[in-house]
Design a protein around this ligand. Sequence first.
Ligand code: HGY
Ligand code: MN
Ligand code: MN
Ligand code: MN
Length: 400
Amino acid sequence: MWRDLKPIGRNPDSGGYRRFAWTEADAECRTWFEEQARARGLAYEVDRNGNQWAWLGDPAAGDAVVTGSHLDSVPDGGAFDGPLGVVSSFAALDELRSRNVQFSKPLAIVNFGDEEGARFGLACVGSRLAAGELTVEQAHRLRDADGVSLPEAMEAAGFDPDAIGADPERLARIGAFVELHVEQGRVLDLSGDRVGIASAIWPHGRWRFDFRGEANHAGTTRLVDRRDPMLSYAETVLAARREAQLAGAVATFGKISVEPNGVNAIPSLVRGWLDSRAADQVTLDTVVTGIERAAREYADAHGIELDVVRESFTPVVEFDHALRDELARILGTDTDLKVPVLGTGAGHDAGILSGTIPTAMLFVRNPTGVSHSPAEYAAEDDCVAGVLALADVLEGLARR
Ligand code: HGY
Ligand code: MN
Ligand code: MN
Ligand code: MN
């Protein structure tokens, strides 16, 4: 199955992928998902939020065992983050059928839309909408860098933006959701294991720092006469590294927009987005407060106005302990190995849904730990180990 995958949205120059929500690449992914579902005789449907579902058995029976992930990507992203979970779900179903497993519960494979939030700036839109964590009004206010709103993008892709909303009935029919994902770190590489089980997702959020100064001529304005917001931004990026280093957390300014963005113009506005994450809430609050304090001190000293807006936030997710232990039992029994349990700083749909249904995650070894980059990688035999582990887990859960 791995070999006939089309590199949808791949940039031949960088080798990275660009599969943003409600774009042509997204439509190609959706077509692929539907083809895979129908080729297996699964009942295919798209829910009110555009998430795709492939069912084996009658969903109305309830207590469904669901697996899947997402197919969208960050800009110039890797081949595994998201797709590995969806492809492995179809491959695990094939494996279970080859074992003639009879399911006592409905089984489903899901592709959650817009998990990365790369186009509209908010991660996990499809699962947040389904879980009622994102209101219709909030979703309709989302705009991309070209000013296209989420409703306009959905409509252009043939979906009804007025149909979106919480989907409690659908989620109530799910007994367990297990997301397989490439590890975005090196814990498994260092432990020498192919597969691991997630314990928790770190609390994390996104803050927008708006630095306003005074546009002026780059060539004629004396340094003493300038109110250059770029300097405050630069100082804030360095402060972010200092604060995160001190706290053993992470903080990243990975996205910036500058107005008027001319080589020979001192900016009037520099807008920087901070992504910060830490193992616990207190640490995260300490880091972000420290960054904001440093930014304000520098901005005040240089006549720069600063606005800080928290754009999104996900509290710590402790995965369902009973489900996590059930996975460890199933996997440990088969392989007589202690399957490592590891935390992650990466957000996932499984994290969003964990507030509503029992969820768990399986990680597949990533030898470099690199992710959100064309260099993201998982060896084929580790991917196969992930499929077999997922098949074991689905078989064990569907038989409970
Ligand atoms: O940003 C994240 O942690 C995830 O990849 N969306
Ligand atoms: Mn990701
Ligand atoms: Mn992902
Ligand atoms: Mn995810």
